[in-house]
Design a protein around this ligand. Structure first.
Ligand code: GDP
Ligand code: MN
Length: 382
């Protein structure tokens, strides 16, 4: 789960990293009062869980409380990369002398943490990393040792950060480890004209496995920008919307992932990932089918099940019962294999739904589903 900037800076402050004074609001009237409280001038910042707000016009300096109200009114409701701005943060402006970049991220490839730091932080860090990778230091962190003062000094030295950044690097490691984060990023970390070091922006991604320890942020549910994903999540389905036209349902994440590949191999594009897991409940099948059929991009649906503890006949029963509550509007190709496959196929044959097809192999099923997505007429060849 990603935190909002204002939540990330709350954590930073608790760990002794200096942040500018700031307050959050959803009202432009209140923005005016907050700016007054901050001394008149304020940086008005969109609170959305995406980067690049500055370039999108979501970070603006207001010269006085009246301007802060006007700017807040402009930014509230703005769409930034598909995220609607519902809150703004007003921060006391600081006099920036230099902008740095620092982050710790879990590097799954090497199975360790990586410190990434650069003396050329700010809004163009992606471009710096792409065009001049040598300007961005990437240093593995031994998770058992952590970021000691000595380790932080090495990181700061490699990136060309000023000596005062060492303390911030140690504290930021504390945020990562003690707050169950997988990523902490400060961009920009700035040095002011007065020589102070402050975190002006923050991104924190918490480990969802530690959600039970993070009740503090738990009140807010996961934000799903896609309405189908939101619906699926509300029904407890393991569903991810994709861009294609072949709906996919399978049991087991590995099987579903392979199914997506096989569909793509047939020249079609999967419309979603949906793992219905080990159970064969008709309710789960009905919920999953309901979500997939309501995706206007879907032209055919592929059910790929390998029967194990939950046998294929139970899955077939689930499909038949799901068809009682869900009106099938698009062709459905079912491939049942594994435990009790023959019994499962017989159950579907008996049901003889005009839009349901069966296939015995995964490749054959994917090919049928792909063909049907291209041309639904091939369901009933004349
Ligand atoms: P992002 O674009 O989403 O990463 O948003 P940031 O919070 O990083 O803000 C973008 C840029 O606005 C920063 O790189 C700074 O250059 C600038 N900025 C943010 N806060 C302040 C501030 O308090 N004072 C000044 N002068 N510039 C700021
Ligand atoms: Mn930033």
């Amino acid at each position: 789960m990603d935190l909002y900037e204002h939540q990330a800076r709350e954590l930073f402050a608790e760990h002794g990293i200096v942040v500018p004074r700031a307050e959050v609001t959803s009202s432009s009237k209140e923005a005016r009062a907050i700016a007054r409280g901050l001394g008149g001038r304020a940086v008005v910042k969109a609170q959305v869980k995406t980067g690049g707000r500055g370039k999108a016009g979501g970070v603006k300096l207001a010269a006085d409380p009246a301007a802060a109200e006007l700017t807040a009114r402009q930014i509230l409701g703005m769409d930034i990369k598909g995220h609607t701005v519902r809150k703004v943060m007003l921060a006391q402006p600081v006099d920036i002398e230099s902008e740095f970049y620092v982050s710790y991220v879990l590097d799954r490839a090497t199975g360790t943490f990586l410190a990434i730091a650069s003396a050329e932080g700010g809004m163009d860090i992606e471009e710096v990393a792409a065009t001049r990778p040598e300007a961005v230091a990437r240093i593995p962190v031994d998770p058992a040792e952590g970021v000691t003062t000595a380790a932080a000094a090495r990181i700061a030295h490699a990136a060309g950060l000023p000596p005062q950044a060492v303390d911030v690097l140690v504290r930021l490691w504390g945020v990562l480890t003690r707050e169950d984060a997988l990523l902490v990023e400060v961009n920009p970390l700035v040095r002011t004209a007065q020589g102070d070091i402050l975190a002006l922006d923050g991104k924190v991604t918490l480990d969802d496995n530690a959600r039970f320890r993070q009740q503090r942020w738990g009140a807010q549910e996961i934000a799903h920008d896609d309405p189908l994903e939101a619906r699926a999540a509300a029904k407890g389905l393991n569903y991810v919307k994709l861009d294609g036209e072949v709906g996919v349902i399978g049991n087991g994440a590995g099987l579903v992932m392979s199914t997506l590949d096989v569909v793509a191999g047939c020249g079609a594009r999967p419309a979603n990932f949906l793992d219905i897991g080990g159970g064969a409940s008709a309710q789960v099948m009905a919920d999953g089918l309901g979500v997939i059929l309501d995706d206007p991009a879907v032209r055919s649906v592929l059910v790929n099940v390998f029967g194990g503890i939950t046998a294929c006949d139970a899955v077939a029963d689930g499909i038949v019962r799901a068809l009682e509550s869900v009106r099938l509007t698009k062709p459905l190709v079912v491939r049942l294999d594994g435990n009790n496959a023959a019994r499962g196929r017989a159950i579907l044959d008996d049901r003889a739904h005009p839009l349901v097809r069966q296939a015995t192999t995964m490749d054959g099923a994917a090919r049928q589903a792909a063909d049907l997505a291209r041309d639904p007429a091939c369901l009933n060849p004349a």
